[in-house]
Design a protein around this ligand. Structure first.
Ligand SMILES: Cc1ncc(COP(=O)(O)O)c(C=O)c1O
Length: 391
């Protein structure tokens, strides 16, 4: 038993004591697809139990359990479930909580894959969706229908760090009889705990900050015991199960989550302020800046503002591309949330949306750069950016 009220830093290190084996300080990797039972009765009994940590690895595995206990604790949920990717977590959650004839209200600015799941997959199975501006709580209320079962949020959202008033939107959704899922990947549980704000389900791409080292693909769902069991029912049928080694790597990454996120927060704020002052940067998106559209709400519902900063360069698509090519410390790569700094040009990553009026209207302009600020020395990152921008 753990003492109550452990700090997040302590839970990250000690929250999975049951996973230790004998005198090994680090848990072993249960690199096995299946588990043997002493006799047929024991196997039949295990097949009836709702927790499947030692039955068949598509159902669960001790390496999953270790991560799930920590994530449930640090998100303030009753239970958690890991999956093979963030999209695995989003897909299982969305499919489990909707069905033919139901309606979803989703932020227009949500991860591209989540939008594709709604618009290109679930639309074929009779699920309708209405997209709304995440900043406009009245738009959420207006979009609710009698058959709305799910409201899908992402805050801060990628790539413009839009902030949703989570408590207010949860109140609107619950009044209308819908559940709320939120992608909290960019915040992490260190900076934001959406279940405390009223959300029903939190999902993460654990590929990002939770893993933290750009060496694994994984996803997480955290919620009540009942909802995690419901989502798991769909998840183990869809089959997006996390490999034991990836779960073990994720656990290792989680040990240092709090320290890493503190540094990401510090570095990103330093970079955002420096970029605000740079003559070639026309706009900076970072929820920690006073001028950011969602700053007041972010201050209320977040403890730190995260490691993602987006900037608009005074110039064209090609000018922004030239800035990327002059950067020495920032690798030009998709993804975010690792210890190393990365840069991406959203208009180049999502060429189909970059040309659409929608993307423009949402603020994704050709010269926008998304910076995933790592844990290097902040001054080195600022100097690299200044050099690349020609300042
Ligand atoms: C905010 C957000 N949610 C979900 C995902 C999907 O995660 P994964 O790539 O682990 O499936 C991503 C990936 O970029 C993301 O940025």
């Amino acid at each position: 038993m753990q003492p109550p009220d452990l700090g997040i830093e302590t839970t990250l290190v000690h929250g999975d004591r049951t996973a230790a084996s004998g005198s090994a300080v680090t848990p072993p990797i249960y690199q096995t697809s299946t588990f043997a039972f002493s006799d047929a009765d024991a196997m039949a009994a295990a097949a009836q139990t709702p927790t499947f940590e030692r039955f068949y690895t598509r159902y669960g595995n001790p390496n999953h359990g270790a991560v799930e206990r920590i994530l449930a604790a640090i998100e303030g949920g009753e239970a958690a479930m890991v999956s093979a990717s963030g999209m695995g977590a989003i897909s299982s959650t969305t499919i489990a909580l909707t069905g033919a004839g139901t309606h979803v209200v989703a932020q227009r600015m949500i991860y591209d894959g989540a939008r594709a799941l709604l618009s290109r997959v679930l639309s074929r199975f009779g699920v309708e969706v209405t997209y709304v501006d995440q900043h406009d709580t009245r738009a959420f209320a207006a979009a609710m229908r009698p058959n709305t079962r799910l409201v899908m949020l992402e805050s801060p959202s990628n790539p413009l760090l839009g902030i949703t008033d989570v408590a207010e939107v949860c109140r609107i959704a619950h009044d209308g009889g819908a559940l709320v899922s939120i992608d909290s990947t960019i915040a992490t549980p260190v900076n934001q705990r959406p279940l405390e704000l009223g959300a029903d389900v939190v999902v993460h791409s654990a590929t990002k900050y939770l893993g933290g080292h750009s060496d694994l693909i994984a996803g997480v769902v955290v919620s009540s015991r009942e909802l995690v069991a419901r989502i798991w029912e769909t998840h183990h049928i869809l089959g997006s199960s996390l490999g034991p080694f990836e779960a073990w790597l994720l656990l290792r990454g989680l040990r240092t989550l709090e320290m890493r996120v503190e540094r990401h927060n510090h570095n990103a704020l330093t970079v955002a302020r420096a970029m605000e002052a740079h003559p070639r940067v026309t706009r900076v998106y970072y929820p920690g800046l006073d001028l950011h559209q969602g700053h007041a709400i972010a201050k209320r519902q977040m403890r730190g503002f995260g490691g993602l900063v987006s900037i608009e360069i005074d110039g064209s698509f090609d000018d922004a591309r030239d800035v990327i090519d002059r950067l020495a410390l920032f690798a030009s790569a998709a993804s975010l949330g690792g210890v190393e700094s990365l840069v991406a040009q959203p208009a180049a990553m999502w060429p189909s949306s970059s040309t659409s009026a929608d993307a423009r209207a949402m603020g994704i302009i050709p010269s926008l750069l998304r910076l995933s600020i790592g844990i290097e020395r902040a001054e080195d990152l600022v100097a690299d950016l200044n050099h690349a921008l020609g300042g």
